[in-house]
Design a protein around this ligand. Sequence first.
Ligand code: GLU
Length: 909
Amino acid sequence: MFSCANRFIFVFFTLLPNSGFTQTIVNIGICLHEGDLENFNIDTISGSASKDYLHISAATIMVPDDILDALHSICDKAALENGLTAIIGHTKGKTDNLLKSTSSFLGIPYINTQWIPREFTDIPNSFSVYPDTSMLALAYGAIVKSLSWSTFAIVYENEESLIRLQDVIKLQQYNKDAKRNSVILRKLHEADSRPIFKEIRHLPIYSVLLDCSIERTIEVLQQAKDVKLLDDINTNFFLTSLDAHTLNFTALNSKTNLTTVRLFNPFTSGVQRHTRKYYPNIDPNQISVKTALMHDAMLLLAESLNAIKSTHADGEIVYEPLFCNAPEKYSDKYGLVSALQEATVEGITGQISLPNGKREGFELEIIEIFNREEPIGTWDSNDPEKVVLKRNATQREADIQKRLQNHNFIVTSRLGGPYLYQSKDPEATGNARYYGYSMDLISEIAKEMNITFEFQITKDNAYGNLQQDLIDRRADLAICDFTITPQRREVIDFSLPFMSLGIGILHTTVETAEEANLYGFLGPLSTVVWLYIGLLYLILSFVLVLIARCSTEDWENPHPCEQNPSELENIWDLKNCCWLTLGSITTQGCDLLPKGTCTRIATASWWFFSLIITSSYTANLAAFLTMSKQEATIDSVEELAVQNKIKYGLVQGGSTATFFKNSNNSLYQRMWNTMVNEKPSVFESDNIKGVERVESTKNGLYAYFMESTGIEYEMERRCKLRRIGNLLDSKSYGIGMPMDAEYRHKINNAILKLAEVGKLTELKEKWWKLEREGKPCPVQEPVNTDALALVNVGGVFIVLGAGIALAFFIAILEFLWNCYNISVEEHITFTEALKIELKFACNIFITRKRAKPVISEASSEKSDKEDDAKSHKGILPGLGSFLNVSMLHVDEHSARSPTPKSGSKRRSS
Ligand code: GLU
């Protein structure tokens, strides 16, 4: 790195003695490598340090790379008249070691002005005015800590950088996953470091510490700029070089925040006094640390020489030639080494004293390159853990504000109501292309912050790409329904929340369930069982008829008063048997009971069957109706998880998916596995599709996990949708921004203000309820889910209605048949008979009637016999027509049987 030449320059300045006392001549060798001379003003400094009694002459010794040549150069100089009193060197590595050992042998002090990696404790006559290695490392550590970078990259030039930055590296929070380490280290490439900066640009790293030589700094930064790492306001660069402030960065045209440290402030009066005196033609900003330290080393040496001169009598101090090949090591004859250890001077770089040979007391200033006058903080070696920040909160805010005002914020977002809609106007440009909650929110924030912004839609409209836009420096803010999650917080920052929510389950009310339950009362028994019961009912009724005819006990005397009846009667015709079996199975009982053993056994069996069937039916009915209600609706995530009829899904790539995927809860883990293995896929590319799927899937067989805010929005207009169960978690939406973004605080303030004045609530109301097409859904009354609704038992009413209708129909037929009979018997027309009977029937206040109608009085007796015969034929038997002409005959039998005529059979004894 050093360009050297085998050149030896010896500049000797001598002020000749001009009076009577002896002037001590002091030769100081200034060892430099070629190109290191810079603007160090040897003449002026040595001249002004000289006194009447002390003549300081400084000689620049250009040390070549070759160690032997370098040794010769020094030894030659030491062997001259007056020898060498001290060496000041701006060297390191082997040259530094050579100077140390040579000066030690010659018994003269050696002051280094260059950063060296090792501690200066080994050789007592070695000094360094450069800030001590370990103290400087502490300083860098404390300063980087004070910058509060959560994640950053260290880009370094060589291994020495790592020694310098050891305390910065210690800030690293160790993480097994290398991607998540808070500090990443990258070594600069010799030629092209663009790949390194490109890599950093695509990582969630917004702060870079650059440790490289001052000569390479601009070139390296230009490479960073080439990959657009210097083009955004969110990236920070910290340059460790103490000379960085002397560089001109304007050509870089960087928007990035460049911070550095300096050893002295060229604008202070102390420094300006020196610069005016010794470097009147140089811009104080251009004075390098090397020059300043050379200058300060010279001052320190002059001060020490003055000190020893004052303790010695005139003529006592005489420096003589020194020889590198002398048989013995020289001693520090006049105690210059001790004098140097005790001396203190106020140099350009501040107060210098080297009691242990090294410079432990120094101060550093932290500056922003584009505002070099005002340091933003200071670090003092007396309190190495601490950095004193110079700007108070207000000043810091003002500085940030100044920078933000010149910046047009790029806001990345995604289309999706109610957050962002595409304008219908095809001519619209810029932000006018979009509208929605996000647009309103950021407009309000921009008003508060006095900034401008521009919306852009993220690639594929995907949630996952929002954070990548921030990481890749394509955007400054991400705003939409962007959930704050721990995973995202690792790579980007979030503002304070502007909306709270949780994951809910979106489902729909099941319409078909109502129809299905109309005959819910049939549900407890299957159709086959119903059919078997019906069939059994008929079979048993027939069987009863048959066995009753065989059973002697069931043939009874129709006239009990008559001891020896000529006829016996068996009442168990088909009608009565059906009545008996029906009464039993409906648990109503029957007033007719069999008397025969076999008929009783058959009846008892049927009763037992009926008992089991009806009690099973009754027990099942309630459970069945409740169960069918549950089947149609899901009330919680647990219920959803345990069934497999209703499929459930969610939006891909969003925080809801991450919630299930990373959940430690076994239930959610199970649900996630179910969702992943479901075919066809239950995932949707966005919530709109998810909601449509919930609505369009028949019988409510698809439920959708969605954030409660979205569910609320959809339920406002889509009235069949409902949210089921409680929220699964609780989280919030925030505005995403790059890590450590300096405007985060301002955005937070704006959000707090908007929340305080109710603007956030107002915006939500506007976009959720007011700015919507269609009418809001009616508020639904809570339904008592325990009670059976009409829909559940409606079928029973229908059966009853059908029964009544059938009865009515039969009654009409019977009525008409009766009218026909009357017309035949009474020899009148059917219409006349109908009119008479209808008139009588309609007069509901007459409760008794004659056995024969009035009109047929004359003819009624005549036809008595026929009547009796007809009545015995049993026209419409058992229906008990109130106009039946054989009423008397009926009455006779009614004492024994409710159906005296109908179906009665007589058997000869
Ligand atoms: N708000 C979610 C996110 O920021 C997307 C929707 C969801 O996952 O339900 O990822």
